[in-house]
Design a binder for this molecule. Sequence first.
Ligand code: NI
Length: 189
Amino acid sequence: MKLPVYLYGHPVLRNVSEPLPADYPGLKELVAEMFEAMYESEGVGLAAPQIGKNIRLVVIDADPVAEAFPECKGRKFALVNPEIEILDGDKVSRPEGCLSLPGISEEVPRVEHIRLRWLDEDLNPHEEEISGFLARIVQHECDHLEGKVFIDHISGIRRQLIRRKLNDIVTGKTRTDYPVRYAPTVKRR
Ligand code: NI
């Protein structure tokens, strides 16, 4: 049974997630299931709130976009309790999408150089300077841990233009080719 991806409108996506405790049971199994759900839905990143868990855990496999963004080549990792330090405040806008917001792509301004500290799935600590599109993916996923989604970064005008698409997601009218869970207010049909 593949994990469903929780869609925009579900309150779990709006909570600030809790640090993952060192004795969290079944972490490796959960990481494996999250990778599976991410590959099933052809994403390059997935954060635990998107599978209904408000814990600070992210999986990323950026390799599929390595042709356009060489810094993504072979970059597959799980991030436990990640922390971002901004190294250069200049922002660049590029289109982003999100498995929790199917059918929506918007330009999002983000910084391009960060220092990332995290634990891997064996809880070993890592620290690395990360740039370019990989830094964007990391920021997008870490936003989920703060209860944010990428459209929180777009203008009111842009948001108005995607209002109908957002409404379709919130009301359960959007169709996806991967398993999803709608907001609890959506009636089962
Ligand atoms: Ni996302």
